[in-house]
Unconditional design. Structure first.
Length: 87
């Protein structure tokens, strides 16, 4: 199960996303350090989950900076349906 779902990330304000990003990066760094020191971690799959969650947050931040994202796509789809009904 993912740490955070895309919908949850999109609903967050930008400051909260930045805060969460810093938390995830800190945890990822801590786990990587433990692994390199020769220790074992409880859940090795957590490292992969963290990397993916960080990438999701960065992607959504970038999309919103460029004005892309699901909200624009949904609006365009609704407009297209309205035009088809009129024709």
């Amino acid at each position: 199960m993912p740490i955070m779902r895309v919908k949850e990330i999109r609903d967050m304000p930008s400051e909260e996303r930045t805060k969460k990003l810093n938390e995830l990066r800190t945890e990822h760094l801590r786990l990587k350090t433990m692994i390199r020191a020769g220790g074992t971690i409880e859940n090795p799959a957590r490292v992969k989950e963290l990397r993916k969650a960080i990438a999701r947050i960065l992607t959504i931040e970038h999309e919103q900076k460029l004005g892309l994202g699901k909200t624009k796509t949904k609006e365009k789809a609704k407009e297209k349906k309205k035009k088809e009904k009129k024709a």
